[in-house]
Design a protein around this ligand. Sequence first.
Ligand code: CA
Length: 219
Amino acid sequence: MQILLVEDDRPLAASLQKALVKSGYAINHVETGKAALHTLQVEKPDILVLDIGLPDTDGISILKALRKTDKELPVLLLTARDSVEDKVQGLDSGADDYLAKPFEVTELLARLRVLERRLGTVKTSAIKIGGVNLDTVDHVVTLEGKDLELSRKEYMLLKSLMENAGRVQTRSTLENRLYSWGEEVASNALEVHIHHLRKKLGNEFIKTIRGVGYKVSAQ
Ligand code: CA
């Protein structure tokens, strides 16, 4: 999952980035409304986490502008103000969810999992396909009941494929979900991760769709 975080409070943004990366998200961060609108045009994230109070404009205006062209992108609003009016205005403007500061990171992670489930084909936090179980809360993957040791990128990649079981995921979609801006990425990095996953899961679980990407079949 790739998340765009729009937040001008740098210490907060840094701590959220750290927690989200640790939880297996690729996260890109901007601090202004202008940068947010630009990014939404050039590289659409899977989920937008949007602060309402920004230095150049407010999050509600960004949200309204976004909803003119995109009704689907899940948006979670953050605000320092926990007023009913703000909440209602945010939801009326097309936000999917709302979190008032200060909040616990665990709550943000839980809300993100709900939005993610809405995006994918999977409706629960534990995904089971064939003998493979992937728990998106505890980040544990088992094969036939045995724990698998996966690197963070391997886990992110497998999660993205399993959440979208039955759908082909293109190489660029997978790469965007795996890497944040500024991360060094070798051109064959994706193939290397797939190779390692196949060593651990067997060759059949992840299918190559030649020239397009990869897929895990639904049950
Ligand atoms: Ca702010």
